[in-house]
Design a protein around this ligand. Sequence first.
Ligand SMILES: [Zn+2]
Length: 296
Amino acid sequence: MRLKVLLSSILLAAISCTTPFAASQKLPQFETPAWTRPFTPFHIAGNLYYVGSEDLAAYLITTPKGLILINSSLESSVPQIRESIEKLGFKYSDVKILLISHGHFDHCAGSAAIIKQTGAKYYVMDSDVSVVESGGKTDFEYSTRTDFHFPTTHVDRALHDGDTVSLGGTTLTAHLTPGHTKGTTTWAMEEVEGGRTLKVVIVGSPNVNEGYKLVNNKQYPQIADDYKRGFQVLKTLHCDIFLGAHGGYFGLAEKYPRWKNGDKNAFVDSAGYKAWIAERERAFEAALARQQAGKL
Ligand SMILES: [Zn+2]
């Protein structure tokens, strides 16, 4: 059991790319403290709000025609997300559209419950639809990892690269940035704050998980080319407000205290975005080179 917990912790650290937790802590099998620790919801810019936990990011976009929610996180996150939406003064039942960063359980396991409770429509990138609708059973890496599976969820609209999602005057663009999953999606939108128009980028995930085969991957032959394509897209996007699927991607824990102390530009971080993407690309290239050389 202890070994199982330890193995899970190693895998989870790889998946989330956040700080690993001590194996000695008593934790539910798949949850690191930062994944489930509640985080005060806050206004980011314009009609965009943070409603996630400390490390599992979820975003709320408010419009006169209802709400858009990005990421449903774990099944156990759903009451937290609901509470965050309500704390901000919005109605949970007004969620009309649910989007995700990608089809891994830490971003989409809560979707079935949220859809059931709110009646929201579920829009998912075409190449992640099968994974989401099968509850993770068609995932190229985790098809046999029942412990990574999640409730099967019907997708109402399959998105394609460059598609837009609009509600009540707000439009988001779905950029396919594949590799981490076949349909990993980076969301882009504009927000007006303090008279400035700021470009928001919510990174889907550029990370190479532990165990991913970048060479001769029978389940995902084009994986390396997909990662390269994803990095090209990420490097092309103009980013003022840097956000992502995990708080750790964009330094939520460091930036939020600054925001709380009055720095409303704390999340405006074009240089941080570029540096992080460059570092992640180097990590991918190094992993690819190692595997091409026959090393793990
Ligand atoms: Zn993932």
